[in-house]
Ligand binder design. Structure first.
Ligand code: PMP
Ligand code: GLN
Length: 378
C-alpha cells in the first residue's frame, strides 16, 4: 500500500511503554502519572455521569468553557471570553492538530525547535506544510538563538511552534524570551501554536511565561492546553484551545470534523473541579520534590544531570557510561535493568551527537527510588 506518511512510525511512547510492559520494567518512558486523580474528582464524574450522557455542544459545555476562562483569567490576569475564545477538545493532541490544520496550507513553512514533541512535524506535513526545524543545543541549556530564528523566518513562514515548559528537556521560556520572540514576529502574519500543557509544573519559584501574558503574541496565538497533566488524568484526553475570536472561529471549523465534541460528563466534572485553585497551585512543589528525589541519586554518578526547570521529565546524559545510541541504550536498559526511558534523539530532524535519555518522574516515590537506584549503579 502506498503510504501517505512513509516516514512516520509508531510513536516512541507506544513502543517504549509496550516494551516496558513486556519486560516487566519500571516505566519511566511515556509521560503519565503513576498514581490516580483525586477521590473528589472521581466522585464528580460519578455524579455527572447521571443525566449528562449525550453529545456536548460542539464548542464545549458552556459552564465548562466559562470555568476554563475564569481560571485562566484569574491565573494570568487576562480577560478571555468563554464564548469566543475558548474551545474544549479531546486532549492537547487534538488542539495541536486542529490549530495547525486550520491555518497551514500546502507550501507554508512552520518553524519548530528540536528536540520537538513528536506530533508537530507529522501534523504539519499532513496539512501540506513544510516543517522547518531549528536544532537546540544541550550544552547551552537548549536556549533559543533569536538571531537564528530571525534568519529562518521567510515570507512563507505561516506559524511557529512554541512549547514551554518543554517536553522532553524541561527547559522554560522567560518573559524576556517572550519579548525577544515578539519583536521577531511583530509586523508579520505569522501565527503561533503554543503548547502549554505543563503550564502548572514549573520549578524553583519560576513563573510560567504564557504567550497569553504578551499582547503582541496573544493576538496571534493558539494556546493548546491539557487537563491530563494538571489533574493526573491523561487517560481522559480532555484539553482546550484558547485563541482570539478570529482564530477560534477557524479552529472550530476544524474541530467539528475531527471529534465534533468531547466527553460530556467529564466536562461537567472538570467545570466544577477547576474552580478550586488549590487543585493546581500545589502541583509545582509536588513535582519539584519528585524531581529532586530522582536527581539526588545521580550526584557523583557517571550520569550527568541536565537542568529540568519544568514539566515532569528529567534528562540525563550518559556519555561517560556508554557509546551506544540512545535508542539502543533505552531498549537495553528496559530489558536488562528493567527501567524504561525515552531516547531524546527521536525528537530531532537531524539527531545531534548528544547521548541523552529522558525519564518521567511523575511516579510514586518508591518507584522513583527503585529506578534511580538501579540506574545510578551504571
Ligand atoms: N504536548 C506535549 C508537549 C505533551 O507532552 C503532550 C502529552 N503528554 C501533549 C501535547 C498531548 O496532550 P494530550 O494527552 O492532552 O493530548
Ligand atoms: N506526551 C507524553 C510523553 O511525552 C506521551 C503522550 C502519548 O503517548 N501520546 O511521554
Amino acid at each position: 500500500f502506498p503510504s501517505k506518511q512513509p516516514q512516520v512510525q509508531t510513536t516512541i511512547f507506544t513502543k517504549m511503554s509496550q516494551l516496558a510492559t513486556e519486560e516487566g520494567a519500571l516505566n519511566l518512558s511515556q509521560g503519565f502519572p503513576g498514581f490516580d486523580c483525586s477521590e473528589e474528582l472521581q466522585e464528580l464524574v460519578r455524579f455527572y455521569a447521571k443525566g449528562h450522557n449525550q453529545y456536548a455542544p460542539m464548542t464545549g459545555v458552556p459552564v465548562f468553557r466559562q470555568s476554563i476562562a475564569n481560571k485562566t483569567n484569574s491565573f494570568y490576569g487576562v480577560s478571555l471570553n468563554a464564548d469566543t475564545e475558548v474551545t474544549v477538545v479531546s486532549g492537547a493532541t487534538e488542539a495541536l492538530f486542529a490549530a495547525i490544520h486550520c491555518c497551514v496550507s500546502p507550501g507554508d513553512e512552520v518553524i519548530m525547535f528540536d528536540p520537538s514533541y513528536d506530533a508537530y512535524d507529522p501534523i504539519v506535513r499532513l496539512a501540506g506544510g513544510i516543517p522547518v526545524h531549528i536544532p537546540l543545543n544541550s550544552s547551552n541549556g537548549f536556549c533559543i538563538d533569536w538571531e537564528e530564528l530571525g534568519r529562518k523566518i521567510t515570507p512563507q513562514t505561516r506559524a511557529i511552534m512554541v512549547n514551554s515548559p518543554h517536553n522532553p528537556t524541561g527547559a522554560i521560556w522567560s518573559m524576556e524570551d517572550l519579548d525577544a520572540f515578539a519583536s521577531l514576529v511583530k509586523g508579520t502574519n505569522i501565527l503561533i501554536v503554543s503548547d502549554e500543557v505543563y503550564e502548572h509544573i514549573v520549578f524553583d519559584g519560576a513563573q510560567h511565561a504564557s504567550v497569553l501574558l504578551h499582547p503582541e503574541l496573544r493576538q496571534r496565538s493558539f494556546v493548546c492546553g491539557s487537563f491530563g497533566k494538571t489533574y493526573h488524568i491523561t487517560g481522559w484526553k480532555m484539553g482546550y484551545c484558547l485563541a482570539p475570536p478570529y482564530l477560534t472561529q477557524e479552529f472550530r471549523k476544524l474541530h467539528q470534523w475531527v471529534t465534533f465534541s468531547s466527553a460530556t460528563p467529564l466536562q461537567y466534572a472538570l467545570a466544577e473541579y477547576l474552580k478550586t485553585p488549590a487543585h493546581y497551585l500545589g502541583l509545582s512543589s509536588f513535582y519539584q520534590q519528585k524531581r529532586d528525589l530522582f536527581a539526588s541519586y545521580f550526584e557523583g554518578s557517571r550520569w550527568k544531570i541536565l537542568p529540568s526547570h519544568g514539566s515532569f521529565f528529567q534528562c540525563l546524559d550518559y556519555a561517560e557510561i556508554s557509546n551506544e545510541s540512545d535508542v539502543d541504550l533505552s531498549v537495553r536498559l528496559t530489558k536488562e535493568l528493567k527501567v524504561a526511558s525515552i531516547p531524546v534523539s527521536v525528537f530531532y530532524e537531524t539527531p545531534p551527537e548528544d547521548r541523552i535519555l529522558r525519564f518521567c518522574f511523575a511516579k510514586n516515590d518508591d518507584v522513583i527510588m527503585e529506578a534511580a537506584q538501579k540506574l545510578a549503579q551504571l
